[in-house]
Design a protein around this ligand. Structure first.
Ligand code: GDP
Length: 197
């Protein structure tokens, strides 16, 4: 798989606007500001890729990117936890996302992007439990590792691993940095394994 051939495909606000449910997809989730867009940009070596997902009006949409192989896609899920969204919008978010996660048959796994300095927020926990409950393979990117000294980053990784040791859904836990490129190859390899399986 060639990740740097990723191209924006379509945005969807509802399940029936998503591309045909065929082939293979991996979806990226994360709390707003965790570093999800930067991670996607680095993985695809395209500094502008996930900008689409950040343009006003698109932040609450599910954005699809196609890869070079037929019917392989990366999916950028709406970031969770915008400070100012109303309760209604949060309900809306949960409903659409929940529906995507539950009903999407071509979904091979979820990548959960978390800030290595503040891992396992309530949102992260919720997503982990959801994957565990629904047998969806999970990859955790503990990103912004460049912001910590290696020892501290390692300690954070061990803390995450320990907290999730009974969760069989966690297939990959990767120390990551969009800035330094740490973990990018490991992540691409894991994505390839999922998408080509
Ligand atoms: P998103 O809301 O989850 O898509 O987060 P962004 O990708 O927009 O990142 C939020 C902020 O964190 C931005 O200011 C990024 O430049 C910064 N950031 C993201 N990833 C990294 C990283 O790996 N290292 C550093 N130092 N900063 C990062």
């Amino acid at each position: 798989l060639s990740f740097n051939s990723a191209r924006f495909l379509i945005s969807a606000s509802r399940l029936d606007e998503c591309p045909t449910d065929a082939g293979a997809e991996v979806a990226f989730a994360g709390r707003s500001n965790a570093g999800k867009s930067s991670a996607l940009n680095t993985i695809t070596a395209n500094g502008k890729l996930a900008r689409t997902s950040k343009t006003p009006g698109r932040t609450r949409l599910i954005n699809f990117f196609s890869l070079n192989r037929d019917n392989c896609r990366l999916v950028d899920l709406p970031g969770y936890g915008y400070a100012r969204v109303s309760r209604d919008m949060k309900d809306d978010w949960q409903q659409h996302l929940g529906q995507y996660l539950i009903e999407r048959r071509c979904l091979r796994g979820l990548v959960l992007v978390m800030d290595i300095r503040h891992p396992l927020t309530d949102f992260d926990q919720m997503m982990v439990e959801w994957c565990e409950h629904n047998d969806l393979p999970l990859m955790i990117l503990a990103t912004k590792a460049d912001k910590l000294k290696y020892g501290k980053a390692k300690t954070s990784m061990l803390g995450i691993a320990k907290a999730l040791k009974d969760h069989r859904c966690v297939q990959h836990l990767i120390m990551f940095s969009a800035t330094s490129g740490r973990g990018v190859e490991e992540c691409r390899q894991a994505l390839t394994d999922w998408l080509e399986a």
